[in-house]
Design a protein around this ligand. Sequence first.
Ligand SMILES: [Zn+2]
Length: 289
Amino acid sequence: MMDNKHSYSFGFLDEYAKKEIRRSLLKAVAIPGYQVPYASREMPIARGFGTGGLQITLSIIGENDILKVIDQGSDESVNAVNIRQFIAKTCPGVTLTKNTQEATIIQTRHRIPEIPLKLGQILVLQVPYPDPLIVVESKEEKRKKMHSEGDYARLWVKLYEDIVQFSEITISHRYPTRINGFYVIDPSPIPRFDIPKLNHSHALYLFGAGREKKLYAIPPYTNTEPLSFSDIPFRIEDFLDETGERRGCIRCGSKTSFLDEIINNNGDKIYQCSDTYYCSHQLNLKGHE
Ligand SMILES: [Zn+2]
């Protein structure tokens, strides 16, 4: 419905477009890990800058929602700021926040927040490539058949070849993960560190690939397992220093968070939490000790 006070309809997309996306999302939730095709709309940002995630967010958001937008863990990066401003402009009444705990919807690229998500929260991930089989099969028709038959043999061979050649699985950021014992998904370019957060999460995960016109979901309390071999288990980034000790964040001191490596003015490597809200939250907690 067009609102006289604003030049856009609420959520920018028209109601039919939003309804179609919500219907596709229901299907995605009903069949965890299945890539549901949808009619991806043109958005006033370029494809590849999060149009898939944005369309999901705009289709599910309501006036009572509290929205957080992050990019690589930061609320302040250009992509996050632009998307937040766009949503503020097209969704009057929606509250914007940086606080992970109070957000009802979190749109993100490349990270899952450090603070565990709660039941009722929705994490919307921006996805560049939705299909993990793209690395072994270029034809979509064949990939669809392989998914429907649960035939991931060629993906397993690829992982095995990595181990033979490099002694470990080299996929670091789009780690193939099996959902509910069947479909294997590309969990978008999140670090391996974040993969365990998908398993039996309290929150609902929604994935949107605008350019590829696909969306998929991991409902709360779903079994998710990264593909791995029994003798070479899946492992996350360990952030150990030369002496084998876990590195900490230079700002808040956390030794459990995902760290970004930064080169300071002296040319030294320093490490800082990639989740900026978490880092500030840890500092605040310390201040009250
Ligand atoms: Zn920190």
